[in-house]
Write a protein that binds this ligand. Structure first.
Ligand code: GLP
Length: 267
């Protein structure tokens, strides 16, 4: 795992979008794992801007989202299907049949979960997985005590998560669907590269626990410590509780992999 500390959330968003754009340019048939949430909004906005400015071609790109609420139709404005249309899919030349989200309306949810896993495998696995960090320490909707080997399945949401996501549901946590279909921690760990983004002072505590704390099923993001190619982009506010911040700053300034991105960080 590598942690990169950027001056502001805007810098973290621009760097994340730049990395996605570069991976897509290097591999036009990229399989991109998409995340949702407020953190991702700025990243998709910037990715759309870069895509237009540079004429990025998504014709062969395939996407797989982490999760979807159980009981929300794709047409529901509060669904992640709708979110993805609004934030990314409708702005680039992705083919609709190349975009995948779990179907929260499926009559047989275990069968839908198995179908989703098979679709990821048939696409050759995920090249780059984007991740946000939930207040409960979740990645996807892998709430506390999710098996670190779990696969796509139905999961009950933690009260904390329903509170965090209430904004889309008129501010009422009880209006947030209580269950979701989510990729498992094991599914996420199989992505060939992982990019987690956490910004804002409200993420400082959970970010430190997730990255520097012991690996535990209580905080599914700690499983990322096992991943061989995981980058964590954070802003100064989210980095406030990181014990190793001096080393992480050194990484960004000195590791050759990040040399092409240093200008972007200073801008
Ligand atoms: C939701 C998603 C998670 C995401 C989280 C972060 O719960 N299911 O995948 O990580 O939101 O939310 P935010 O970026 O709004 O803090």
């Amino acid at each position: 795992m590598e942690i990169l500390i950027l001056p502001t959330a805007g810098h973290a968003e621009r760097l994340a979008a730049r990395i996605v754009a570069d991976r897509l340019t290097a591999k036009p048939e990229l399989v991109l794992g998409c995340a949702t949430g407020r953190t991702m909004e700025g990243i998709y906005g910037e990715l759309v801007r870069i895509s237009r400015a540079e004429g990025l071609d998504y014709a062969r790109v395939r996407t797989f989202n982490l999760d979807e609420y159980v009981g929300l139709a794709a047409s529901d404005e509060r669904s992640y299907h709708h979110y993805m249309q609004e934030m990314l899919f409708s702005h680039v030349n992705l083919r609709p049949e190349h975009t995948h989200l779990p179907n929260g309306m499926a009559a047989d949810l275990p069968a839908e979960a198995a179908r989703y896993e098979a679709a990821i495998a048939a696409a050759g696995g995920i090249d780059l997985q984007l991740l946000g960090l939930g207040n409960s320490g979740h990645i996807g909707f892998n709430e506390p005590l999710s098996s670190l080997m779990s696969r796509t399945r139905e999961k009950a949401l933690a009260p904390q998560t329903r509170k965090q996501n209430a904004g889309m549901f008129g501010g009422d946590p009880d209006a947030v669907p209580p269950r979701a279909l989510t990729m498992g921690v094991g599914t996420i760990l199989e992505a060939r590269e992982v990019l987690m983004i956490a910004t804002g002072a409200h993420k400082a505590e959970i970010l430190a626990t997730a990255t520097e704390g012991p690996i535990t099923a209580m905080v599914s993001a700690t499983a990322l410590q096992l991943h061989p190619r995981c980058h964590v982009l954070v802003d100064e506010a989210a980095a406030a509780r990181l014990a190793g911040h001096e080393y992480y700053r050194w990484t960004l300034e000195n590791e050759p992999d990040w040399a092409p991105y240093r200008e972007l960080v200073r801008a």
